[in-house]
Design a protein around this ligand. Structure first.
Ligand code: UDP
Length: 311
Protein backbone atom coordinates (compact mmCIF):
# COMPACT_ATOMS: atom_id res chain seq x y z
CA UNK A 1 0.00 0.00 0.00
CA UNK A 2 1.01 3.64 -0.39
CA UNK A 3 0.45 5.37 2.96
CA UNK A 4 0.61 8.96 4.18
CA UNK A 5 1.91 9.49 7.70
CA UNK A 6 1.43 13.02 9.05
CA UNK A 7 3.76 13.95 11.87
CA UNK A 8 6.27 11.51 10.39
CA UNK A 9 9.32 13.15 12.00
CA UNK A 10 7.87 12.94 15.50
CA UNK A 11 8.55 10.35 18.17
CA UNK A 12 5.60 8.10 17.28
CA UNK A 13 5.41 9.08 13.60
CA UNK A 14 8.99 8.00 12.95
CA UNK A 15 8.56 4.65 14.70
CA UNK A 16 5.38 4.14 12.70
CA UNK A 17 7.25 4.86 9.42
CA UNK A 18 9.87 2.26 10.39
CA UNK A 19 7.21 -0.37 10.98
CA UNK A 20 5.17 0.39 7.85
CA UNK A 21 8.29 0.29 5.66
CA UNK A 22 9.34 -3.01 7.27
CA UNK A 23 5.91 -4.38 6.30
CA UNK A 24 6.70 -3.51 2.67
CA UNK A 25 4.50 -0.42 2.28
CA UNK A 26 5.66 2.78 0.65
CA UNK A 27 5.30 5.84 2.84
CA UNK A 28 4.88 9.55 2.23
CA UNK A 29 6.04 11.15 5.48
CA UNK A 30 4.80 14.68 6.13
CA UNK A 31 5.87 17.05 8.92
CA UNK A 32 6.26 20.80 9.42
CA UNK A 33 9.05 20.10 11.94
CA UNK A 34 7.77 22.42 14.70
CA UNK A 35 8.16 19.63 17.24
CA UNK A 36 9.35 16.79 14.98
CA UNK A 37 13.05 16.38 14.17
CA UNK A 38 14.67 15.32 10.86
CA UNK A 39 17.12 13.24 12.94
CA UNK A 40 14.25 10.83 13.71
CA UNK A 41 14.11 9.90 10.01
CA UNK A 42 17.84 10.29 9.23
CA UNK A 43 18.39 6.50 9.18
CA UNK A 44 15.76 6.26 6.40
CA UNK A 45 17.31 8.94 4.20
CA UNK A 46 18.27 6.47 1.46
CA UNK A 47 15.28 4.17 1.88
CA UNK A 48 13.50 4.00 -1.47
CA UNK A 49 10.14 3.40 0.18
CA UNK A 50 10.04 6.75 2.01
CA UNK A 51 9.34 10.14 0.51
CA UNK A 52 9.55 13.05 2.98
CA UNK A 53 7.51 16.22 2.42
CA UNK A 54 7.86 19.26 4.67
CA UNK A 55 4.36 20.66 4.97
CA UNK A 56 1.95 22.03 7.57
CA UNK A 57 -1.16 19.86 7.30
CA UNK A 58 -3.28 22.67 8.76
CA UNK A 59 -3.16 24.05 5.21
CA UNK A 60 -4.47 22.17 2.14
CA UNK A 61 -2.65 18.86 1.64
CA UNK A 62 -1.65 17.92 -1.88
CA UNK A 63 -0.33 14.39 -2.44
CA UNK A 64 -0.12 13.48 -6.14
CA UNK A 65 -0.80 9.84 -7.03
CA UNK A 66 -2.66 7.10 -5.23
CA UNK A 67 -2.96 6.99 -1.43
CA UNK A 68 -4.38 3.84 0.19
CA UNK A 69 -4.20 4.93 3.80
CA UNK A 70 -3.60 8.01 5.96
CA UNK A 71 -2.27 7.80 9.51
CA UNK A 72 -2.76 11.24 11.03
CA UNK A 73 -0.16 11.77 13.78
CA UNK A 74 0.66 15.44 13.31
CA UNK A 75 0.28 17.43 16.55
CA UNK A 76 2.34 18.84 19.39
CA UNK A 77 1.75 16.19 22.06
CA UNK A 78 3.82 17.03 25.12
CA UNK A 79 2.16 19.37 27.65
CA UNK A 80 5.03 21.89 27.35
CA UNK A 81 4.70 21.81 23.55
CA UNK A 82 1.00 22.45 23.40
CA UNK A 83 1.37 25.23 25.96
CA UNK A 84 4.04 26.81 23.75
CA UNK A 85 2.02 26.27 20.53
CA UNK A 86 -1.61 26.57 21.64
CA UNK A 87 -2.99 27.85 18.36
CA UNK A 88 -1.05 25.48 16.04
CA UNK A 89 -2.23 22.67 18.35
CA UNK A 90 -5.87 23.69 17.92
CA UNK A 91 -5.38 24.18 14.20
CA UNK A 92 -3.75 20.83 13.51
CA UNK A 93 -6.39 18.97 15.52
CA UNK A 94 -9.21 20.80 13.76
CA UNK A 95 -8.10 22.07 10.33
CA UNK A 96 -5.32 19.48 9.94
CA UNK A 97 -7.72 16.64 10.68
CA UNK A 98 -10.29 18.11 8.29
CA UNK A 99 -7.69 18.36 5.51
CA UNK A 100 -6.41 14.84 6.15
CA UNK A 101 -9.97 13.46 6.11
CA UNK A 102 -10.73 15.39 2.92
CA UNK A 103 -7.68 13.85 1.29
CA UNK A 104 -8.72 10.37 2.48
CA UNK A 105 -12.16 10.89 0.95
CA UNK A 106 -10.72 12.15 -2.36
CA UNK A 107 -8.30 9.20 -2.58
CA UNK A 108 -10.65 6.53 -1.20
CA UNK A 109 -8.08 5.89 1.54
CA UNK A 110 -8.47 4.33 4.96
CA UNK A 111 -7.95 6.91 7.74
CA UNK A 112 -6.51 6.47 11.23
CA UNK A 113 -6.63 9.30 13.78
CA UNK A 114 -4.04 9.42 16.54
CA UNK A 115 -6.18 10.53 19.48
CA UNK A 116 -5.25 10.56 23.13
CA UNK A 117 -6.13 9.59 26.68
CA UNK A 118 -6.41 13.38 27.22
CA UNK A 119 -9.94 13.11 25.79
CA UNK A 120 -10.80 11.65 29.23
CA UNK A 121 -9.40 14.78 30.94
CA UNK A 122 -9.00 14.40 34.71
CA UNK A 123 -11.03 11.19 34.77
CA UNK A 124 -13.74 10.41 37.29
CA UNK A 125 -13.94 6.79 36.08
CA UNK A 126 -10.92 4.56 36.66
CA UNK A 127 -9.53 2.76 34.68
CA UNK A 128 -10.85 4.47 31.56
CA UNK A 129 -12.94 2.41 29.10
CA UNK A 130 -13.70 3.87 25.66
CA UNK A 131 -17.33 4.35 26.72
CA UNK A 132 -16.30 7.04 29.27
CA UNK A 133 -16.99 10.57 27.95
CA UNK A 134 -14.39 12.30 30.06
CA UNK A 135 -13.97 15.25 32.41
CA UNK A 136 -12.24 17.96 30.38
CA UNK A 137 -11.80 21.66 31.19
CA UNK A 138 -12.32 23.30 27.79
CA UNK A 139 -10.86 26.69 28.83
CA UNK A 140 -7.84 25.53 30.85
CA UNK A 141 -4.30 25.46 29.40
CA UNK A 142 -4.61 21.79 28.37
CA UNK A 143 -7.94 22.50 26.65
CA UNK A 144 -6.13 23.41 23.42
CA UNK A 145 -4.96 19.81 23.05
CA UNK A 146 -7.87 17.98 24.69
CA UNK A 147 -10.59 19.80 22.78
CA UNK A 148 -8.68 19.70 19.48
CA UNK A 149 -8.47 15.92 19.78
CA UNK A 150 -12.11 15.64 20.85
CA UNK A 151 -13.08 17.71 17.80
CA UNK A 152 -10.82 15.51 15.65
CA UNK A 153 -12.65 12.40 16.92
CA UNK A 154 -16.05 13.99 16.19
CA UNK A 155 -14.90 14.98 12.69
CA UNK A 156 -13.54 11.48 12.01
CA UNK A 157 -16.84 9.88 13.08
CA UNK A 158 -18.77 12.37 10.90
CA UNK A 159 -16.70 11.39 7.84
CA UNK A 160 -17.25 7.76 8.73
CA UNK A 161 -21.02 8.14 9.11
CA UNK A 162 -21.75 10.72 6.45
CA UNK A 163 -19.14 9.86 3.77
CA UNK A 164 -18.81 6.17 4.71
CA UNK A 165 -15.07 6.60 5.05
CA UNK A 166 -13.19 3.61 6.48
CA UNK A 167 -11.82 5.11 9.73
CA UNK A 168 -10.03 4.22 12.96
CA UNK A 169 -9.49 6.20 16.17
CA UNK A 170 -6.69 5.20 18.52
CA UNK A 171 -6.62 6.74 21.99
CA UNK A 172 -2.95 6.69 22.88
CA UNK A 173 -1.94 6.56 26.55
CA UNK A 174 1.47 7.66 27.91
CA UNK A 175 4.16 6.17 25.69
CA UNK A 176 7.94 6.29 26.03
CA UNK A 177 11.04 5.03 24.27
CA UNK A 178 13.97 6.02 22.07
CA UNK A 179 13.57 9.23 20.00
CA UNK A 180 11.75 11.18 22.68
CA UNK A 181 13.48 14.55 22.80
CA UNK A 182 15.67 15.12 25.85
CA UNK A 183 13.85 18.40 26.51
CA UNK A 184 10.48 17.02 25.48
CA UNK A 185 9.16 17.86 28.97
CA UNK A 186 7.41 14.56 29.55
CA UNK A 187 8.01 12.67 32.71
CA UNK A 188 9.98 9.65 31.43
CA UNK A 189 12.42 11.67 29.30
CA UNK A 190 12.79 14.34 32.01
CA UNK A 191 13.58 11.83 34.75
CA UNK A 192 16.05 9.81 32.66
CA UNK A 193 17.96 12.88 31.42
CA UNK A 194 18.00 14.38 34.92
CA UNK A 195 19.25 11.11 36.44
CA UNK A 196 21.99 10.71 33.82
CA UNK A 197 23.19 14.29 34.33
CA UNK A 198 23.11 14.00 38.12
CA UNK A 199 20.49 16.74 38.30
CA UNK A 200 17.48 16.61 40.68
CA UNK A 201 14.45 14.65 39.44
CA UNK A 202 11.55 17.13 39.28
CA UNK A 203 8.42 15.49 40.69
CA UNK A 204 5.41 17.73 40.10
CA UNK A 205 3.11 17.98 43.12
CA UNK A 206 3.66 15.23 45.68
CA UNK A 207 4.13 12.60 42.97
CA UNK A 208 1.06 10.60 44.00
CA UNK A 209 -0.62 11.14 40.61
CA UNK A 210 -0.55 8.01 38.45
CA UNK A 211 0.22 7.19 34.83
CA UNK A 212 0.49 3.89 32.94
CA UNK A 213 3.49 3.77 30.61
CA UNK A 214 3.58 1.89 27.32
CA UNK A 215 6.82 1.07 25.51
CA UNK A 216 6.79 2.47 21.98
CA UNK A 217 7.18 -0.91 20.18
CA UNK A 218 4.09 -2.26 21.94
CA UNK A 219 2.11 0.84 21.02
CA UNK A 220 3.10 0.71 17.34
CA UNK A 221 2.15 -2.98 17.16
CA UNK A 222 -1.31 -2.15 18.54
CA UNK A 223 -1.77 0.72 16.12
CA UNK A 224 -0.75 -1.32 13.07
CA UNK A 225 -3.19 -4.06 14.07
CA UNK A 226 -5.95 -1.48 14.55
CA UNK A 227 -5.21 0.00 11.14
CA UNK A 228 -5.22 -3.43 9.48
CA UNK A 229 -8.20 -5.08 11.12
CA UNK A 230 -9.92 -2.72 13.56
CA UNK A 231 -13.20 -0.87 13.24
CA UNK A 232 -14.38 2.74 13.51
CA UNK A 233 -15.07 2.94 17.24
CA UNK A 234 -12.33 4.50 19.40
CA UNK A 235 -9.80 2.02 20.78
CA UNK A 236 -7.52 2.54 23.78
CA UNK A 237 -3.95 1.46 23.20
CA UNK A 238 -1.69 1.65 26.24
CA UNK A 239 -0.14 -0.37 29.03
CA UNK A 240 -2.56 -0.89 31.93
CA UNK A 241 0.21 -1.28 34.55
CA UNK A 242 -0.17 1.84 36.68
CA UNK A 243 2.53 3.65 38.66
CA UNK A 244 2.69 6.82 40.72
CA UNK A 245 5.07 9.44 39.40
CA UNK A 246 7.18 8.97 42.53
CA UNK A 247 7.44 5.22 41.86
CA UNK A 248 8.63 6.04 38.35
CA UNK A 249 11.29 8.37 39.77
CA UNK A 250 12.51 5.58 42.08
CA UNK A 251 12.69 3.08 39.18
CA UNK A 252 14.68 5.51 37.04
CA UNK A 253 17.13 6.19 39.88
CA UNK A 254 17.58 2.45 40.49
CA UNK A 255 18.06 1.57 36.81
CA UNK A 256 20.49 4.42 36.06
CA UNK A 257 22.39 4.01 39.34
CA UNK A 258 22.07 7.78 39.73
CA UNK A 259 22.39 9.54 43.06
CA UNK A 260 20.26 12.49 41.97
CA UNK A 261 17.89 13.79 44.65
CA UNK A 262 14.12 14.04 44.08
CA UNK A 263 12.66 17.55 44.38
CA UNK A 264 9.02 18.64 44.29
CA UNK A 265 7.82 21.30 41.86
CA UNK A 266 4.34 22.83 41.44
CA UNK A 267 1.73 20.59 39.85
CA UNK A 268 0.67 21.87 36.39
CA UNK A 269 -2.92 23.20 36.09
CA UNK A 270 -5.50 20.45 35.41
CA UNK A 271 -2.88 17.68 35.66
CA UNK A 272 -4.91 14.43 35.67
CA UNK A 273 -4.68 12.69 39.05
CA UNK A 274 -4.98 9.17 37.67
CA UNK A 275 -4.72 7.50 34.27
CA UNK A 276 -4.95 3.85 33.29
CA UNK A 277 -6.33 2.38 30.07
CA UNK A 278 -9.00 -0.29 30.07
CA UNK A 279 -7.72 -2.37 27.12
CA UNK A 280 -10.48 -5.00 27.07
CA UNK A 281 -11.55 -3.80 23.63
CA UNK A 282 -8.06 -3.93 22.08
CA UNK A 283 -7.52 -7.42 23.49
CA UNK A 284 -10.80 -8.70 22.06
CA UNK A 285 -10.72 -6.88 18.72
CA UNK A 286 -7.00 -7.13 17.93
CA UNK A 287 -5.67 -9.90 20.17
CA UNK A 288 -3.23 -7.25 21.37
CA UNK A 289 -1.70 -6.53 24.73
CA UNK A 290 1.63 -4.98 25.73
CA UNK A 291 4.64 -7.29 26.04
CA UNK A 292 7.44 -5.06 27.33
CA UNK A 293 7.54 -4.54 31.11
CA UNK A 294 8.42 -1.07 32.43
CA UNK A 295 11.87 -2.11 33.65
CA UNK A 296 12.84 -3.50 30.25
CA UNK A 297 11.45 -0.53 28.35
CA UNK A 298 13.21 1.88 30.69
CA UNK A 299 16.51 0.02 30.18
CA UNK A 300 16.25 0.43 26.40
CA UNK A 301 15.26 4.10 26.75
CA UNK A 302 18.07 4.82 29.20
CA UNK A 303 20.57 3.28 26.73
CA UNK A 304 19.27 5.65 24.04
CA UNK A 305 19.59 8.73 26.25
CA UNK A 306 23.04 7.66 27.48
CA UNK A 307 24.30 7.83 23.89
CA UNK A 308 22.55 11.15 23.34
CA UNK A 309 23.66 13.02 26.46
CA UNK A 310 27.00 11.19 26.66
CA UNK A 311 26.84 9.85 30.24
N1 UDP B 1 5.72 15.11 35.73
C1 UDP B 1 6.61 15.23 36.79
N2 UDP B 1 7.87 15.70 36.55
C2 UDP B 1 8.30 16.06 35.30
C3 UDP B 1 7.39 15.93 34.21
C4 UDP B 1 6.11 15.46 34.48
O1 UDP B 1 6.27 14.91 37.94
O2 UDP B 1 9.47 16.48 35.18
C5 UDP B 1 4.38 14.59 35.99
C6 UDP B 1 3.22 15.40 35.43
O3 UDP B 1 2.82 16.40 36.35
C7 UDP B 1 2.17 14.33 35.22
C8 UDP B 1 2.98 13.09 34.89
O4 UDP B 1 4.29 13.34 35.35
O5 UDP B 1 1.46 14.11 36.41
C9 UDP B 1 3.02 12.78 33.39
O6 UDP B 1 3.38 13.97 32.73
P1 UDP B 1 3.72 14.03 31.19
O7 UDP B 1 4.11 15.44 30.89
O8 UDP B 1 4.69 12.98 30.84
O9 UDP B 1 2.39 13.67 30.40
P2 UDP B 1 0.82 13.74 30.74
O10 UDP B 1 0.47 12.38 31.17
O11 UDP B 1 0.55 14.75 31.82
O12 UDP B 1 0.23 14.14 29.45
Amino acid sequence: MRLLVTGAAGFLGSHLCDRLLALGHTVVGMDNLITGAPANLAHLEHHRGLQFVRHDVSTFIDVPGPVDGILHFASPASPIDYLEYPIPTLKVGALGTHNALGLAKAKGARFLLASTSEVYGDPLVHPQPESYWGNVNPVGPRGVYDEAKRFAEAMTMAYHRYHRLDTRIVRIFNTYGPRMRPRDGRVVSNFIVQALKGEPLTVYGDGSQTRSFCYVDDLIEGIVRLFERGDADPTNIGNPREFTVRQLADRVLALTGSRSPIVERPLPVDDPKVRQPDITRAKRLLGWEPQVPLEEGLRRTIAYFRDLVGR
